[in-house]
Write a protein that binds this ligand. Sequence first.
Ligand code: SAH
Length: 399
Amino acid sequence: MMHKAVRVMVKPKAEKKFKRGYPLLSKEDIEQVSVLKEEGQLIELTTKTGAYLGTGYYGKQNKGIGWILTQNRDEKINQAFFERKIGVALTARQELYASSETTAFRVFNAEGDGIGGLTIDYYDGYYVVSWYSEGVYQYHAEVYEALQNLTDYKGIYQKKRFNTGGKYVDEDDFVVGERGEFPLLVLENGVRFAVYLNDGAMVGVFLDQREVRKTIRDKYSEGKSVLNLFSYTGAFSVYAALGGAIHTTSVDLANRSLAKTIEQFSVNDVDYEAQDIIVEDVFKYFKYAKRKDKQFDVVVLDPPSFARSKKFTFSAAKDYSNLLQEAIDITAEKGTIVASTNSAAFDMNKFKSFVHQAFQAQNTKYHIEQEFSLPVDFKVSSTFKEGNYLKVLFIKKGV
Ligand code: SAH
C-alpha cells in the first residue's frame, strides 16, 4: 500500500524536534489531525511555511499516531526501502547469528532500526514479526517479501499487537514457510527455552533480558537461595538453578506459569520437584514469607508496568518503591535484589530514586553493583532515547 503522501503541517513548537530526527508523531504536534483518516497512509511532514521535515506513516499506537521513516525527501517508501532497512538490521546481528550458544534474539527493533511499530525476532530459523498498529500492518506484504528475500527462514509467524476487535487467532499467526513443531527449543547462552510461536502474543521468553539472565547465572547463583517474583515461565529461576543455586522459588499469579515453569526446568534437565513453583499473588506471598521469617540471598523483581489482581493494582511508576520495600524485608543481609522494570514512563535516574526511597524508608544501606538496559540487538535510536525502556539494577543490601 503506497499511496501518495498527504501533507501535514506541524505546529511551530514541534518543528525543532522533527528537524533533529525525532521519529514519533503525536496528535499534539500537528495542525490538522482530521486529514489523517486511513491507517497506513503516508505523511509528508512540513513546517507551517511548507519546508519539508520528513516522511512517515499514520498508525495509532498506545503512544503516538505514527512514525517518521525518513528525513530524505527523495527516499521513496517502497519495497526497496523495507528491504534496505531490514538488510542493514540483519547485518548488524551477524555476531548473534554466528553464535552456537544463542539461537534466539531480536533482528529488528522498531524505530531503533528505522521503522517504528515493527519488530522482528529470530527463533532458530523462524521469524516472528510483531505489528504494533493497523497502520504499519498495511506494509506487511513488503516486509514479508523483504524477509523472504534476505533470510534463510524456515517459517514466518506474526503477532498483531493492535486492536483487531478480537483475540489472537492461532491460524492467523502463521504467515509462510513451514509450520514449526512446538515447543521449539531455542538456545540462549547455552540455556534451552521452550517457545511457542503459535500461541498468542507471548512466546514464552522475553529476549531483552539475555544479559541479565547470564549475569544472574554466572555471578549471583552459586550456593544461593533465589526468589523469582513475577516469574512468568521461570527463566530467571532456570538460569539460577543452572548457575548452582541451592534452591529457587518462583512466584507468579498466572495459572499457566506452573506448567510453563516446569517445562523450562525440564528441558534444561533441572529437577523441578526440587524447586518451589508457586501460583500466587506476589503481594500475598510477601505476607506469607514474612510470617515464616523467610530470607533469600537473591530476590529478582520483574513486575509488569501495570497489573491488576483481585486485591491489588500495581503501576511501576507509582508503586515500585513500595514493592522494593517488601522485597528488602525478605532479602538476607548482604543479599542482592535484582530490580527490573520495562516501564517507559520513567528513566534510569528516576528508577534509581525509587530504589533510594525504598532503602531509606527501610533504614537500610545499599549499593548498586551493576546496571543494565537493552542489549545491542534491541537497538535504540539516538533521537529516541526513551525507546530504551529496560532498566535493571543489581542492588546489594547492606554495606
Ligand atoms: N520475569 C519474567 C517476566 C514477567 S512478565 C521473565 O523474566 O520471563 C510479568 C508477570 O507478572 C506475568 O507472568 C504475570 O502473570 C505476573 N503478575 C502480574 N501481576 C502479578 C501479581 N500481583 N502477583 C504475581 N504475579 C503477577
